[in-house]
Design a protein. Structure first.
Length: 306
């Protein structure tokens, strides 16, 4: 009995199982997504707060030693990965909701999973953390600028962007400092992975559930989206490896660069998209979540073989 309960507990903490469960339930029991939709923004604020506890005071106080990692991280995540997504979306002639979804993805910072996966895959934790931090701080400029250039023609659009950025970055950052100030982050550290995983369960289930008809009735329309996301992960991963070799930063920092150059915070992008545009514009974020997980598994298998 104890063994069975332990297996069940491990399963309920497993990122792969939780993602698969959210996808299956979103496709089969999608009615609940209309209810969880109202919790999407609070859940995003919560998961962003938890993730930002990784941003240490030491990094923020000593930015000069990290100039090169900061510039490299901003380049691979926003310019190369984001630019690739937008370019391919226009080249493939995607419909407006899907094109909009990729623009939101391109403007989003790296995935929260970058930091924990750095440890699993033998990357440089400090390098990943600096890159992660710089991209999130850079989002204050990059996100509104990107959205304004490509989407900002509606009245009041800029004000709504800034409001959402305050809700999804400023408020979580302030809350994370409070958690660190009173050492709450240390108390929740053992449960952080589980909290983040189940928060993403709500996000993915909601997005898939609200787009249920698109996934089931017209799956072929998603092929171009999958092509773009595959290029943004597997192809960009190869490019990031070559950049790491060219910069001669070593295999551990190269792995960190690969993670930063192939991932986007799909929950963040989906939250912006569903609030500012349509439910359908969140579809690219869902597909990105699935491909990022597949790519992380690929990197893990590759590391074991090497």
């Amino acid at each position: 009995m104890v063994t069975t309960l332990q297996r069940l507990a491990n399963m309920l903490r497993d990122r792969n199982f939780i993602l698969l469960l959210s996808l299956v339930l979103g496709l089969t029991l999608h009615q609940g997504a209309k209810w969880t939709d109202s919790f999407l923004l609070p859940v995003l604020i919560f998961v962003m707060t938890i993730s930002m506890t990784n941003i240490s005071r030491a990094i923020l106080q000593n930015p000069r030693r990290w100039v090169k990692p900061i510039m490299t991280s901003l380049t691979v995540n926003y310019l190369l990965l984001g630019g690739t997504m937008i370019t391919l979306a226009y080249m493939l002639g995607l419909s407006e909701p899907y094109l909009t979804g990729f623009i939101f993805l391109a403007s989003a910072p790296p995935a929260i999973a970058v930091v924990p996966f750095t440890h699993f895959l033998g990357g440089d934790p400090d390098y990943s953390l600096v890159g992660f931090t710089s991209c999130y701080l850079g989002a204050f400029i990059v996100t509104p600028l990107t959205l304004s250039v490509f989407l900002g023609s509606q009245p009041g659009f800029h004000a709504r962007i800034l409001t959402l950025l305050a809700e999804l970055i400023v408020i979580p950052f302030v809350f994370s400092r409070i958690l660190i100030r009173y050492s709450v982050d240390e108390k929740i550290e053992p449960y952080k992975g589980t909290l983040v995983n189940w928060s993403f369960f709500v996000i993915v289930y909601t997005i898939v559930g609200l787009n249920n008809e698109v996934f089931l009735r017209n799956p072929l329309s998603l092929v171009p989206l999958a092509v773009i996301v595959a290029c943004g992960t597997f192809v960009m991963g190869y490019v990031a490896e070559r950049i790491g070799e060219w910069l001669e930063v070593g295999p551990d920092k190269t792995m960190s660069l690969v993670l930063l150059g192939t991932s986007k915070n799909s929950g963040f992008a989906a939250g912006l998209a569903i609030t500012l545009f349509s439910v359908e514009s969140t579809v690219p974020s869902t597909i990105t979540t699935v491909f990022m997980l597949l790519y992380f598994i690929f990197l893990d298998l590759k590391k074991r073989v090497d």
